[in-house]
Design a protein around this ligand. Structure first.
Ligand code: FAD
Ligand code: E0Q
Length: 459
């Protein structure tokens, strides 16, 4: 028994840290949360990475486990599908699911964080803001924190640390000094920049609110997600450096006026919606994107990592936060199931690593799909076949997007079935321009042969 060790010190009170704080307090753990930034409830949210996020079933399920779903959904905007903007024609909605029960939700990162912090505090977690982890002595179990406002230092004793401090995790660096975590990062050669679409003159939304807008352009793209203040956050994804094909890149766009010319040429319909284009361009930095792979997520019973700190991924499936929230539920469950922290952390790592790796890969795959394929005839035919097979084989052929977004089956299972299904779709549609000419009996036979019935994880 680990008597006397039911105390955890969580590093980072962002999305995962705050949610984990709630879940652990409800289970009787004593919890301290240390956050580098100031309290967003006092000062107004300081911004940082991406303003709004797509919340899907995995994330909502975790929020329900913390009784946080209602409060979060109060701020959420439904997105039924992708609204694809190409050429001069009216944008077209590609539905994500079968009906309005299969949708995703746009939530403001700051609002979400505030809801979770309030609940964590109400549940009895102690919150410490303006405290950035700077160093850890794992032998004496002491952590050093620095107040970024004045450089003031503070030393804190701990039983075990949980790293929910994001992609640039300071806890991960500290762990790495005592044990090689087998870390590898693959930075994407694309970065991102955010711009804002304000409300229309009458105070309403300027474009369809209930959708994720996409302007796909081959090697780059813009997207826009709605906010509940009737604005949209636009994100441009573009290579950092000029490619051999001479295509556009951030390093070819030195200032806002050049950026404006690029938008006039490539995204005129989006540019028309961003009145403060130059100011936004100058104010918002180019963000980095990448995938972080670790062989080990924990240091015996003294420290464990979760969320982006353990497995940052590219954002193109809109699952990073959803996956981080699933991690929180899994860690809380493993902590209940094991008396020994080292055993709980090891079980957590064993459970989640294959799933994190799977969504990391699927997120990379989705980038190509989003920027290059969503307006492509082959792709649209395969999508149409996916929907037809879903109707012909309910509970057996479940579209890739639905397995990731509307279900809670392990990501690794979703990936395996996606790979099988992609083969079926490619073979069946090769050489065809419409569904009418397909050999349905052969396709049905292949589905029955290659796919077993699939059930979701019970609530
Ligand atoms: P974070 O949210 O990064 O939280 C880390 C916290 O730790 C922060 O509060 C930080 O201030 C704090 N911290 C950092 N260092 C220290 C320190 N030394 N000491 C103390 N505290 C520290 N995910 C989705 O599910 N849907 C989406 O639509 C989506 N879109 C995205 C778009 C973009 C452009 C990007 C970049 C990401 C997107 N994501 C999305 C991913 C999502 O943002 C992350 O997966 C999620 O924020 C991870 O949560 P976290 O709590 O692990 O880390
Ligand atoms: C979603 C919802 C940043 C981002 C977030 C997202 C999605 C995309 C493209 C991007 C994937 C999709 N997607 O539409 O298939 O579903 O969150 Cl770029």
């Amino acid at each position: 028994m680990n008597t006397g060790t039911r105390h955890l010190t969580i590093i980072g009170a962002g999305l995962a840290g705050a949610l984990l704080g709630i879940l652990l307090r409800r289970r009787g753990w004593d919890v301290d949360l240390y956050e580098k930034r100031g309290d967003p409830r006092v000062r107004g949210y300081e911004g940082g990475r991406s303003i709004n996020l797509a919340l899907a079933e995995r994330g909502r399920h975790a929020l329900r486990a913390a009784d946080a779903d209602d409060a979060v959904m109060h701020h959420a905007i439904m997105m039924r599908g992708r609204m694809v903007h190409v050429g001069d024609t009216e944008p077209v909605l590609q539905r994500y699911g079968r009906d309005d029960d299969e949708v995703i939700w746009s939530v403001h990162r700051g609002d979400l964080n505030i809801v979770l912090l309030d609940l964590a505090e109400a549940a009895g977690a102690r919150l410490h803001f303006d405290q950035g982890l700077s160093a850890v002595n794992f032998d004496s179990r002491r952590a050093m924190f620095v107040d970024p406002r004045d450089g003031g230092e503070r030393e804190v004793r701990f039983e075990a640390l949980v790293g929910a401090d994001g992609a640039g995790s300071a806890l991960r660096s500290a762990m790495h000094r005592v044990r090689d975590l087998g870390e590898r990062s693959d930075f994407l050669d694309h970065g991102y920049k955010e711009l804002e679409i304000p409300p229309a003159a009458d105070g309403g939304f300027r474009i369809e609110p209930n959708a994720l807008h996409i302007w796909p352009r081959g090697h780059y793209m813009c997207i826009a997600l709605p906010n509940d203040e009737r604005t949209f956050t636009v994100t441009l994804f573009l290579p950092h450096h000029a490619q051999t094909d001479g295509g556009p890149a951030f390093d070819q766009i030195p200032d806002a006026s050049r950026a404006r010319r690029f938008f006039e040429r490539e995204f005129p319909s989006a540019l028309a919606l961003v009145p403060r284009f130059d100011a936004d361009w100058d104010a918002n930095p180019v963000g980095q994107l990448g995938t972080l792979y670790l062989e080990r997520w924990h240091l015996d019973g003294r420290a464990v990592l979760l969320g982006d700190a353990a497995h940052a991924m590219v954002p193109f499936h809109g699952q990073g936060m959803n996956c981080a929230f699933e991690d929180c539920v899994a860690l809380a469950r493993q902590l209940d199931a094991h008396d020994d922290l080292a055993a709980a952390f090891a079980a957590f790592e064993a459970e989640r690593k294959p799933d994190a790796a799977a969504i990391q890969r699927m997120a990379l795959d989705n980038y190509l799909e989003m920027r290059d394929r969503v307006d492509d005839a082959d792709y649209l035919l395969q999508r149409a076949l996916e929907l037809a097979l879903q109707d012909r084989h309910p509970g057996r052929f479940v579209p890739h997007y639905a397995m990731v977004t509307f279900m809670r089956i392990p990501y690794s299972l979703a990936m395996t079935r996606t790979d099988i299904q992609r083969g079926i779709l490619e073979r069946a549609t090769a050489g065809h321009a419409t569904l009418d000419t397909l050999d349905w009996s052969a396709i049905d036979a292949e589905v029955l042969d290659l796919l077993t019935p699939l059930e979701d994880v019970p609530a």
